[in-house]
Design a protein around this ligand. Structure first.
Ligand code: NI
Length: 253
C-alpha cells in the first residue's frame, strides 16, 4: 500500500469535499495517511480526522512560521495530545528562513523545545526546513541524535542528504520530484538509498506533474512513486513496498 507520510487534510481547501475525497483513498491504493500539525488550531481538527477515519494518523506540532503563537500552556496541551494512540509524531517543526515570519531566535527556541518533548515521549519528529540548511543541521546534530526523524519536503543538497541518512533519518519526497527543473531533488533521490525515502504530498500543496499548480491529494502519489522508480531504475511496486516499510518504521505503525 501507499502511505502518505505528510498531508494537511485539516486545510480549508478541503472543506467543500473532504469526506468524498477521503472516501476515494482506499480504491486509489492509499492505505494510510499521516496528517501533520501546522498551527495550534490544526490540532483539534487533526484529532477529529484520526477519530473519523481508521486510515488516518496524526502529528501535533507548531510550524516555524507559527512559533510566536506557542507558549507554556499550549506546549503543555501538546504534550497531552501526544499521549493519544493515533498521534504518532511531533511535527511539523523546524526553521523557515524563506518566509522568515518569526525571528530566528524564537524559531530555534521552539524547534529545540519541541525536539526535547519528542525525545521525552520517545516519538519521531517531522522536520520542516527551508533556506535554513546549516542551522537545521546543527540543531539536529545537537538535539536529535538517535531520534527518528523525517526531513520533510527535502530541498537541500545530495551531500547534506547523505549526512542525514548517516544519522538514520528519512528524506520526504513529494510532487516536486516530478518537476522538470527539480534537478537537485532528482539527484538526491538517485544518490540516497531507497531505504531512507518516504512518500509525502504536503497536500493541498505541491501537486506532481501533470497536476502541478492544482490542489494536491494523496491520490496523486503514484506519480511520485513512478518518478522515483524511474530515477532509481526499479519497479513502481518496489518503491511502494519499500517506502511503506520505511514509513511504518518511522512512525511505529
Ligand atoms: Ni506540511
Amino acid at each position: 500500500m501507499i502511505i502518505d507520510t505528510h498531508a494537511h487534510y485539516d486545510d480549508e481547501q478541503f472543506d467543500a469535499d473532504r469526506e468524498s475525497l477521503l472516501a476515494e483513498m482506499k480504491a486509489g491504493g492509499i492505505g494510510l495517511i499521516i496528517n501533520a500539525g501546522s498551527t495550534i488550531a490544526s490540532w483539534d481538527k487533526i484529532i477529529k480526522l484520526t477519530e473519523e477515519y481508521p486510515f488516518m494518523y496524526g502529528a501535533v506540532g507548531v510550524h516555524p512560521d507559527e512559533a510566536g503563537t506557542l507558549d507554556e500552556e499550549q506546549f503543555g496541551r501538546m504534550e497531552e495530545l501526544l499521549m493519544r494512540e493515533k498521534i504518532v509524531a511531533v511535527g511539523e517543526i523546524g526553521l523557515d528562513y524563506y518566509w522568515d515570519k518569526e525571528s530566528h531566535d524564537l524559531q530555534k527556541k521552539w524547534f529545540i523545545r519541541q525536539l526535547g518533548l519528542a525525545r521525552r515521549k520517545n516519538m519521531p519528529v517531522i522536520i520542516h526546513s527551508r533556506e535554513a540548511a546549516a542551522d537545521t543541521f546543527q540543531i539536529m546534530k545537537q538535539h536529535a541524535q538517535g531520534m527518528k526523524a523525517v526531513i520533510h519536503c527535502y530541498s537541500y543538497s545530495a551531500e547534506m542528504a547523505a549526512e542525514y541518512v548517516k544519522m538514520g533519518y528519512y528524506i520526504g519526497v513529494g510532487g516536486v520530484v516530478t518537476f522538470k527543473n527539480a534537478k537537485k531533488l532528482k539527484q538526491v533521490v538517485k544518490e540516497i538509498p531507497l531505504e531512507n525515502i518516504v512518500l509525502e504530498t504536503d497536500c493541498p500543496y505541491l501537486a506532481p506533474v501533470p497536476f502541478r499548480g492544482k490542489r494536491n491529494s494523496s491520490l496523486y502519489l503514484p506519480y511520485v512513486a513512478e518518478e522515483i522508480a524511474a530515477i532509481k531504475g526499479v519497479t513502481v511496486e518496489k518503491v511502494i513496498q519499500q517506502t511503506e516499510e520505511n514509513s511504518r518504521k518511522l512512525y511505529n505503525l
